[in-house]
Design a protein around this ligand. Structure first.
Ligand SMILES: C[S@@+](CC[C@H](N)C(=O)[O-])C[C@H]1O[C@@H](n2cnc3c(N)ncnc32)[C@H](O)[C@@H]1O
Length: 427
């Protein structure tokens, strides 16, 4: 399963799986390397995952028991429902703006968005007259079709104009507009809550190795002994990335940096500061402590990252410390807290009790308990996954005493606590 931790096999060469004809992604990569020389790991990962013709995400539906990995929204609807409650609570904390854009980055099958929208429709009386819309940033045509099917039935169609930043439009059962984009920059401005579940771990990483001569970038090359086989090499001289992306006071010997993830977090921070809103980033990761986390998954098993490129998912742990640094000082950052803490703070135990009370079928009860265990057990996803949030600074600001007022008769209301990151006591 994808959430399993395991070291990748850095610096080992790896032959292609089985057959004698090199698969086309491997051919594409070897021609590229022959033309330009060894390529950065970030370029390798970008090509393998999102090449517009041959990329792993572009061609596949990889989620679920039949695919290569399974994710929390696919395990239980409770996961998306609690995120739906979090979004509404942030919208309320922001003073209930008239517009609410839900923006999901990398929505997979659309299950998370669908569970969130179900909560929106159940809490329609709370959302009142807010104009709600759904915006999906998805690079994969195959997955966007699946999302359209799940979220809109047959009420979606490809956009006609080539220069339209929206490539598909649709409408949910409840009449909410849904739009698909290739990149975050294309999503319209306005108060938005952004959700990224297992998105940042799929973004390309650069890898750097400390050597006697200083930091050097790790590159992907063709093995001179076996022409259809790729191997890692260390760049003989500094590259632009190794001189600009490694911190001067770095203490580790090996570092992975997703510059693309950093740029996306900067965009999220700028939007939240300018238009209001919040972002919830959920992923496996660390606080700038881990070293080599690059790994592949195929059929729920670990897979050599350089073998049969394009046939397996590639992923690396998210460095939340780096994301916090890239968010800058203008936006408030909360977390990371573990998935177990977040879900428990959001009331997963109470929700489970209600579901179990209303369920008499033994096999459904068993399934409910097993998915609860998978999501919250510290040895499973409970402590492996983390929740990290960007918020408008006003959400955490202490109320100011009006200037010149010595005796305050009435206290101004404190900001609502941020759900999930704080243990809320219900009366
Ligand atoms: C690991 S899957 C997670 C899917 C879903 N969020 C879930 O948890 O089930 C990664 C998702 O991000 C999308 N994706 C990967 N790289 C992307 C990129 N650069 N831009 C937009 N979407 C991307 C993939 O197509 C896929 O939908």
């Amino acid at each position: 399963m994808r959430w399993q931790a395991a070291p990748s096999k850095l610096f080992c060469s790896s032959p292609p799986d089985g057959n004698n004809t090199p698969p086309s992604m491997l051919r594409h990569l070897t021609s590229k390397i022959k033309a330009t020389g060894p390529i950065p790991v970030a370029e390798y990962m970008r090509e393998v995952l999102t090449n517009p013709v041959k990329g792993y995400y572009v061609r596949n539906n990889m989620l679920g028991p039949e695919g290569d990995f399974i994710t929390s929204p696919e395990i239980s609807q409770i996961f998306g429902e609690l995120i739906g409650v979090w979004i509404i609570s942030e919208w309320m904390g922001a003073g209930q703006p008239k517009q609410l854009q839900l923006v999901e980055l990398g929505p997979g099958k659309g299950s998370l968005a669908s569970d969130v929208l179900r909560v929106f429709s159940q809490l329609q009386s709370v959302l009142g007259g807010a104009s709600v819309s759904l915006h999906l940033v998805e690079v994969s045509p195959a997955l966007s079709l699946l999302q359209a099917q799940n979220l809109t039935g047959n009420r979606s169609q490809e956009a006609d104009a080539e220069d339209d930043p929206v490539y598909r439009r649709g409408e949910t059962d409840a009449g909410l507009p849904v739009s698909w984009y290739h990149q975050l920059d294309d999503v319209p401005t306005g108060f938005s809550v952004f959700v990224a579940h297992e998105f940042f771990d799929a973004l390309p990483i650069h890898k750097f190795q400390r050597t006697e001569k200083g930091w050097r970038e790790v590159l992907v090359d063709i093995d001179p002994e076996k022409p259809d086989t790729l191997r890692f090499v260390v760049a003989p001289a500094p590259t632009l990335a190794s001189t600009s992306l490694v911190q001067a006071d770095e203490t580790r010997d090996h570092v992975e940096v997703s510059a693309e993830g950093g740029v996306i977090v900067q965009q999220l921070a700028r939007r939240i500061i300018e238009d209001g809103g919040a972002a919830l980033i959920i992923d496996y990761g660390h606080n700038g402590t881990k070293t080599d986390t690059f790994r592949g998954f195929k059929g729920h098993q670990l897979h050599d990252v350089l073998a049969s490129p394009g046939s397996a998912d590639l992923t690396a742990d998210v460095d939340f410390n780096y994301l916090r640094r890239m968010a800058g000082g203008g936006v408030a950052c909360l977390g990371p807290v573990t998935q177990r803490t977040f879900l428990k703070n959001m009331g997963i135990d109470t929700r489970m009790q209600v579901l179990l009370r209303n369920c008499s079928d033994p096999s459904t009860r068993k399934q409910l308990i097993s998915s609860y265990n998978m999501l919250t057990n510290p040895a499973k996803m409970g402590e492996r996954f983390h929740f990290f949030s960007l918020l408008h600074p006003s959400r955490l600001a202490k109320p100011q005493k009006p200037e010149g007022l010595k005796l305050e008769k009435k206290k101004s209301p404190a900001p609502l606590p941020v759900a999930g990151f704080t243990e809320l006591k219900f009366a």
